[in-house]
Write a protein that binds this ligand. Structure first.
Ligand SMILES: [Zn+2]
Ligand SMILES: [Zn+2]
Length: 248
């Protein structure tokens, strides 16, 4: 997406509407590690009244359904998009993991021409195995996650940063809000959106939203939905915060 397209695509944290659009920007199907097919998820999204779903399948070879998955994925999402055009916006995206601290990410067999939305994520820290991750010193985990995220923000192809601080938060230690704020500031400067994700940003989204609001960040409601019950969780949570603010 171009910077202008991103402005139109994401939400402005400083000017949230009273009715949050029913968008799910972070979703996995059986093409990677989700439990349900893309078609089942689209049908559920229609039932839930969602207006946009973005499939953000992984590119790590151990998470995809098998060799040759990518063209099948692109074809199936295009079929669903055509089938439900006018009722639900069905978007082809990818969640690409950082490979280093300089903004390189893993595409494997995927190609960027076929995707409309690129979610940059820190998953495995560069130079560290999954097995080593829970035993990292907290300071080291924080530092690796922060630097890998800041690297992704230097890559203009990235449209949005997934779950900032999330791996550290999930596997090691709480990720400092001051560093989350630095990530948000760089995202704003480079015109990249920040994901608000209730699965990782705990105990509540409120302080994360507040930082995004203060810096006028573009935000992206992403639930990292791997199961049907997660679909739309992020936009419902945002709606709850907006409703609560209006009522108090
Ligand atoms: Zn992720
Ligand atoms: Zn994900």
């Amino acid at each position: 997406m171009t910077p202008e397209e991103r402005t139109a695509w994401f939400l402005d944290a400083a000017r949230l509407p009273t009715k949050i659009p029913a968008w799910e920007h972070h979703l996995h199907s059986t093409f990677t590690d989700g439990t349900d097919t893309a078609e089942a998820l689209v049908l559920l999204a229609l039932e839930l009244g969602l207006e946009r779903v973005v499939f953000t399948e992984h590119t790590e070879p151990d998470l995809v359904m098998g060799p040759g998955w990518f063209p099948k994925y692109v074809q199936e999402i295009a079929r669903l998009r055509d089938l439900y055009v006018g009722r639900l916006d069905v978007v082809t995206g990818l969640e690409v993991p950082a490979l280093d601290f300089a903004g390189q990410f893993l595409l494997d067999e995927a190609d960027l021409e076929s995707v409309a939305f690129l979610l940059g994520a820190v998953h495995r820290y560069p130079g560290v195995t999954w097995e080593e991750m829970p035993d990292l010193e907290p300071e080291r985990g924080i530092d690796l996650e922060f630097r890998a995220t800041m690297g992704l923000l230097d890559n203009p192809k990235i449209d949005c940063i997934a779950h900032p601080g999330g791996m550290c938060q999930h596997h090691i230690t709480p990720f400092p809000m001051a560093l989350f704020e630095e990530i948000v500031q760089k995202a704003v400067a480079n015109h990249i959106a920040v994901e608000l994700n209730p699965g990782y940003q705990k105990p509540t989204l409120d302080p994360y939203l507040e930082i995004c609001r203060r810096h006028g960040a573009m935000i992206s409601p992403g639930s990292n939905a791997h199961k049907p019950r997660d679909l739309g969780l992020a936009c419902r949570t945002l709606q709850g915060i907006v409703d609560w603010g209006a009522a108090t």
